[in-house]
Design a protein around this ligand. Structure first.
Ligand code: DSN
Length: 425
């Protein structure tokens, strides 16, 4: 019995994904390579188990081992972040945010979050998300010149609109976020503060970015970005909010928790408690800086001029190429990135004037500053002549060499008996 025999179509698609991940450079800032232990923890019989409720107070029998798994995840997350209360059940970052809003706000209340087009997230109040349709959302942005968060605007909007909650956090912001400043503003208008640390959770856990724990009322996150765990969500808070948040997650917005994912979270939190994790996060930052320096040396303009964290944004406005075109050209060379709007972008989200690049996944492969300089140079070469196939093939050769020198998931590649959809030359 095996997936390969029972369902060769799904098996082949998964194997092709293994090949794609092994032989391309993943520079998507929100992605990473979870460890074999995290992946194993998610692929097992825990997927069978209904465990609605919380450890020791479930609505189903047979939850004794589910309880152990969830308690391990909660205890480890508390230790990792120094948090009083943790909920590991949200299926995603958006659902972690939804759980906070629905626990403490009423439909029609005002929320103040970062503008999606300035680096915020859909669930921070965008009109196309539940956050912008259930709530009256107001958005703050970045200062035009420095492209850093405009705290004068945050404060002015808070005073004018008296939001019930202010959201600090971003999906595409390359600089340190001053949570204390946000808290001062939230306190001044009697609003809750929610810090969404989905992108920077690994840096926060490693003490390499100021932590909002003990500052913000609620902290939400995903577990799969810099934190390098399974795909999922997380809520941290002060103990006083615990009972309401527990109800807000279940039965408020979710049914049964995904126990196999919670097992993966427990494993990832234990990994993040090891000293090697801090060294990894330091290298993530060093690599993002090296990448920024390399790109600047190749003549690229970067939003804010550089980075303090794991990601950077290239402003392509002066290069005569859109983010969408650049993403496709780089993809053909085996460099996987995503187009991204930049602050005050004149192009829409399907075209964009920017690219978002991150270092977490490449750093997991063991790459360091030297490789970042080489990769910055390759990005420059592709975007110099995005339609020159010969040039792209040449770059692809160097990309493959880098991937072979810094291998990943060696144990997952099936060398015989199947045909990959992706041909590696
Ligand atoms: N889609 C994620 C990102 O790429 O940043 C945020 O949810």
């Amino acid at each position: 019995m095996s997936l390969k025999m029972d369902d060769p179509d799904v098996y082949q698609a998964i194997q092709s994904e293994v090949i794609r991940e092994k032989y391309t450079l993943n520079m998507i800032a929100s992605e990473n390579y979870a460890s074999p232990a995290v992946i194993e923890a998610q692929a097992n019989v825990l997927t069978n188990k209904y465990a609605e409720g919380y450890p020791g107070r479930r609505y189903y029998g047979g939850c004794e081992y589910a309880d152990i798994v969830e308690e391990l995840a909660i205890d480890r997350a508390k230790k990792l972040f120094g948090a009083e209360y943790v909920n590991v059940q949200p299926h995603s970052g958006s659902q972690a945010n939804m759980a906070v809003y629905f626990s403490f706000l009423k439909p029609g209340d005002t929320i103040l979050g970062m503008d999606l087009s300035h680096g915020g997230h859909l669930s921070h109040g965008s009109r196309v998300s539940f956050s912008g349709s259930f709530f009256d959302s107001v958005a703050y942005g970045l200062e035009q010149g420095s492209q850093i968060i405009d705290f004068t605007q945050v404060s002015d909007l808070a005073k004018k609109h008296r939001p019930k909650i202010i959201i600090a956090g971003a999906s595409a912001y390359p600089r340190t976020i001053d949570f204390e400043k946000f808290q001062d503003i939230a306190s001044s208008v009697d609003a809750y503060l929610m810090a969404d640390i989905a992108h920077i959770a690994g840096l926060v856990a490693a003490d390499l970015h100021p932590s909002p724990v003990g500052v913000a009322d609620f902290i939400t996150s995903t577990t799969h970005k810099t934190l390098r765990g399974p795909r999922g969500g997380l809520v941290l808070a002060k103990e006083q909010y615990g009972a309401k948040l527990d109800k807000g997650v279940f039965p408020g917005i979710q049914g049964g928790p995904l126990m196999q994912i919670i097992a993966g979270k427990a494993v990832a939190f234990a990994e993040a408690l090891k000293p090697e994790f801090r060294a990894y996060q330091q290298q993530v930052i060093n690599n993002a800086r090296a990448l920024a320096e390399g790109l600047t040396a190749s003549g690229f303009e970067l939003v804010t001029g550089g980075t303090d964290n794991h990601l950077l944004l290239i402003d392509l406005t002066s290069r005569g190429i859109s983010g969408a075109e650049a993403e496709i050209a780089l993809g053909r060379a085996g460099i996987v990135v995503n187009k991204n709007v930049i602050p005050f972008d004149k192009k829409g989200p399907k075209v964009t004037s920017g690219l978002r690049l991150g270092s977490p996944a490449l750093t997991t492969r063991g790459m360091k500053e030297k490789e970042m300089k080489v990769i910055a140079d390759l990005v420059g070469k592709v975007l110099e002549k995005p339609s020159d196939e010969k040039n792209i093939e040449k770059v692809k050769g160097i990309v493959l060499e880098l991937c072979r020198t810094f291998p990943i998931y060696e144990h997952l590649e099936q060398k015989e008996g199947w045909q990959p959809h992706i041909v590696v030359s």
